[in-house]
Design a protein around this ligand. Sequence first.
Ligand SMILES: NC(=O)c1ccc[n+]([C@@H]2O[C@H](COP(=O)([O-])OP(=O)(O)OC[C@H]3O[C@@H](n4cnc5c(N)ncnc54)[C@H](OP(=O)(O)O)[C@@H]3O)[C@@H](O)[C@H]2O)c1
Length: 288
Amino acid sequence: MTKFDINTKYSLPSGYEIPVLGYGVYQTPADQAEEVTSYALKLGYRHVDSAVAYRNEEPSAAALKKSGIPRNELFFTSKVPPKQISYEGAKDAIKGTFERTGLEYIDLYLLHAPYGGKEGRLGAWRALVEAQQEGKIRSIGVSNYGVHHLQELEDYIKSVEAKEGKGKGGVISVGQYELHPWLTRPLLVEWCKARGIILEAYAPITRGTRFEDPALQKLAKKFNKSPAQILLRWSLQKGFVPLPKSVTHKRIEENADIFDFELSRDDLDSLTTNEYSPCCWDPTTSQD
Ligand SMILES: NC(=O)c1ccc[n+]([C@@H]2O[C@H](COP(=O)([O-])OP(=O)(O)OC[C@H]3O[C@@H](n4cnc5c(N)ncnc54)[C@H](OP(=O)(O)O)[C@@H]3O)[C@@H](O)[C@H]2O)c1
């Protein structure tokens, strides 16, 4: 039986912990972000997923700082923008995040996408490792990396370790991907799980595009839960950290009310498909 509550955390390869439910703020307008993030924190969310590209790091972090919740109970993520995947680009992104947020440290910093070519990707990773070694960032990881990008990074990390010692090349703590029953990415998931890398699920409710699916509707009726709640529970029970986004109070509440029921193995299987149907962009397939 998989027991979770909103305070459940997973251990990351970095040694830090990550709350099992995140609150996404992609497309949350900057002038709304502080209010809705504050509301989410009041409900018990402790983990906010932002990015430089979302243009709302400042108001999201303001909500964390004004919440009165001890900093070590909060978890804030940002990301190096897709167009800045290089050593200098990543250094600039990290500097900007600190200037905008005023946070003393960032819990998780990700490379947003595997762009910039091999040199850019490895340079950007090196910038994350340096910021981590300086104590500015606690955990680092990647988003939208295909297995070939992950393998390239792992080979690089091993080559640094061979020369400089264990941990010197950095440790991949998180992989953030679009994941839901219509995009289960078995090879990527297996690659990450084999290494203890925590998988975060973005677009975990498919941006609402699959709510009419018959298998989903059946489970929603069975458990008297909404389609969004069933999809979030599927994500949790697959071992992912779902990052639902909403600017609507009722939905922010609904998306956190997923800890009082449990899908059976058959329920999970009835929802899972072999489709490969992203509802967002899909840089994992990039060959650059
Ligand atoms: N790394 C990446 O490349 C990447 C890409 C995409 C997303 N992400 C992250 O993942 C987070 C979530 O992904 P996402 O925002 O694309 O998609 P999502 O969370 O699957 O869906 C968000 C959409 O669903 C609506 N919604 C939320 N809760 C609902 C509910 N209970 N019932 C009905 N509709 C509901 C929201 O509307 P309202 O807001 O109007 O309520 C919004 O339009 C993002 O915010 C971001 O943090 C990362």
